[in-house]
Ligand binder design. Structure first.
Ligand code: PLP
Length: 470
């Protein structure tokens, strides 16, 4: 492709992008396709001769777009937001242009130094003490795995990497019953074994029962096991529960257990002084992850992983073959040694664009607006006789169900709400997902899109009521 042809198609791509963002509300939020619909439109074998960019671009619009769910749609309320602000999108365009592989300082010094600097800016914004150092990971799942591997090596005096787990007493780990599935996955991959992961019950506010945690640890010690890591959650996926770091931290310090904090979604709220109470007890925390790619206007992927002692990471992950040695190794950070992958994208650029273009106050205003919308929706649900909140609103998350007076059978209500969810999502006008609290099935509405305004939440609430009642 000649530079001039590239320029012309690049302009088309950008025009398409601007049109898309402007008209996004005309798309059905959730893709209205069935399994196999997209595949059926693709040739079974690759083209022998190259095709024109016009043909490819047309097929992108015709074949791919109908099979996409529109995460940036202002009525996207499913899972958690993955909010991509325009400044972050612009930075990603430039990052794609550079197409740099930033595994070592030398392979792109500015990328490494900007990453160090942006994670320090973010650290200040969320109020972590100065000893915490950060690194960008692709996802919170990866960050939690890295934390567990570092915790495992710390507990075993950095011997498992070499010896494997065979000569060790079983290690145990702890999280609440409401913790994210990425914890189970990390425990499995780290070789600790999911049978040694203790799921501690939660209290009525969906926070880990700290007495039960202490008892579980005592029990494991009596069995001859080695308590290795506690994973506390700030903002559980189901209902937004917040574990008590202070009390958990005291236990971890007493027993010398690594404390990792999974704040993937709700950690962004730490930029608000009114949510700083969540990290009371930070003195006992060894690592923390939160995702700017969920709620801090920075598009996927960008997960901020902080550790109190970065040498625990480098001791866990450094492998230095001859071909990776560089002259500056002793003076610089090589982020390849802070995680699993060798190759690294230049993700700090979008943070720089986002943090500069919004500023602290702009970011705070965004989050507060979402939190206020969630509160307003919760008030409306509370006031409706045939709907009920399943938990108090948490951050931008509201969990509720339809509960008409004439019906009080749990399984019937569960089926009614599952059907309601199906109908709502099929309408294309909004996208919600569900949660289960005990055996109660409910709908979950996560507010946090870049373009989500009061009208979108109001319209969603009207639609939910209408569909439920007809
Ligand atoms: C979203 C979420 C995760 C997983 O995040 P990824 O970045 O997709 O791996 C983990 N924990 C919690 C609490 C979450 O909300």
């Amino acid at each position: 492709m000649s530079p001039e042809t590239f320029r012309s198609y690049a302009h088309q791509a950008v025009d398409w992008t601007a049109d898309y963002l402007q008209s996004i509300e005309h798309y059905p939020v959730k893709a209205q396709v069935k399994p196999g619909d997209t595949t059926a439109q693709l040739p079974t074998s690759p083209p022998v001769q190259g095709e024109s960019m016009d043909a490819i671009f047309n097929d992108f619009k015709k074949t791919i777009i109908p099979g996409m769910t529109h995460w940036q749609h202002p009525a996207f309320f499913a899972y958690f937001p993955a909010n991509a602000s325009p400044p972050s999108l612009l930075a990603e365009i430039l990052c794609n242009a550079l197409a740099a592989q930033c595994m070592s300082w030398q392979t792109s010094p500015a990328a490494t130094e900007l990453e160090t600097h942006m994670l320090d800016w973010l650290r200040q914004l969320i109020g972590l003490p100065a000893e915490f150092q950060g690194v960008i990971q692709d996802t919170a799942s990866t960050a939690t795995l890295c934390a567990l591997l570092a915790a495992r090596e710390t507990a075993a005096d950095f011997s498992v990497n070499h010896q494997g787990l065979t000569n060790h007493r079983p290690m145990t780990a702890y999280c609440s019953q409401e913790a994210h599935s990425s914890v189970d996955k990390a425990i499995a991959i780290a070789g600790i074994g999911t049978m040694y992961l203790r799921k501690i019950p939660v209290d009525h506010q969906f926070a880990m029962n700290v007495t039960a945690l202490a008892e579980a640890i005592e029990h494991d010690i009596a069995m001859g096991y080695v308590p290795t890591c506690v994973i506390a959650t700030l903002g559980t996926t189901g209902v937004g529960g917040v574990d008590a770091l202070n009390a958990i931290g005291k236990i971890c310090q007493h027993y010398h257990i690594w404390l990792h904090v999974d704040a993937a979604w709700a950690g962004s709220a730490l930029i608000l002084p009114e949510y700083r109470w969540m990290i009371d007890g930070i003195a006992a925390v060894d690592s923390l992850v939160f995702n700017p790619h969920k709620w801090l206007l920075t598009q996927f992927d960008c997960s901020a992983f902080y550790v109190r002692d970065a040498s625990r990471l480098t001791q866990t992950f450094t492998v230095l073959p001859e071909y990776l040695k560089t002259r500056e190794d002793s003076e610089v950070i090589n982020y390849r040694d802070w995680g699993i992958a060798l190759g690294r994208r230049f993700r700090a650029l979008k943070l720089w664009f986002v943090l500069r273009s919004y500023g602290q106050e702009g970011l705070q205003a965004h989050l507060r607006a979402h939190i206020q919308l969630a509160q307003m929706l919760a008030d409306a649900i509370d006031a409706a006789e045939d709907f009920a909140l399943l938990a108090p609103p948490a951050f931008g998350l509201v969990c509720f169900r339809y509960q008409p007076q004439q019906c009080n059978d749990t399984s019937e209500l569960n089926a009614l709400n599952a059907l309601l969810l199906e109908k709502l999502n099929q309408s294309g006008k909004l996208y919600l997902t569900h949660t289960k609290i005990g055996d109660i099935y409910g709908l979950r509405m996560a507010i946090g899109g870049v373009m989500t305004k009061a009208e979108h939440v109001d319209n969603a609430w009207i639609l939910i009521q209408n569909m439920a009642r007809t």
